[in-house]
Design a protein. Structure first.
Length: 106
């Protein structure tokens, strides 16, 4: 049996990173290297997120997708510390795990 925390780390966080990567590249015109720098990931990881080799196993509700796109815009405006980026990711995870039939957790 996997705990919720294990599922979040293995499935949901990569899916959020994938959605953020795609939003920044396809909606805002960033390069993979730009996204890697902002998200503090390798360019190879971003490439895998964009090509859906990683982070493609979770379907987000429209509400969660909207929050991810908003967070992508906030990230692109710059000035966030690493801690603020973590807090933003956590708020999306909390939205995803909140009692709601809209997202497909577990």
């Amino acid at each position: 049996m996997k705990t919720t925390c294990e599922i979040m780390v293995q499935k949901v966080l990569p899916a959020i990173r994938a959605e953020l990567s795609r939003a920044m590249i396809f909606e805002h015109g960033c390069t993979q290297q730009d996204v890697a720098d902002i998200l503090e990931l390798s360019r190879a990881a971003v490439s895998q997120y964009v090509s859906e080799k990683r982070g493609a196993e979770v379907d987000f509700s429209e509400e969660t997708q909207k929050e991810i796109r908003k967070f992508a815009s906030v990230l692109l405006n710059g000035g966030l510390s690493s801690q603020e980026k973590v807090e933003g990711m956590c708020s999306i995870c909390l939205l995803y795990t909140s009692p709601s039939p809209r997202d497909g957790l577990l």
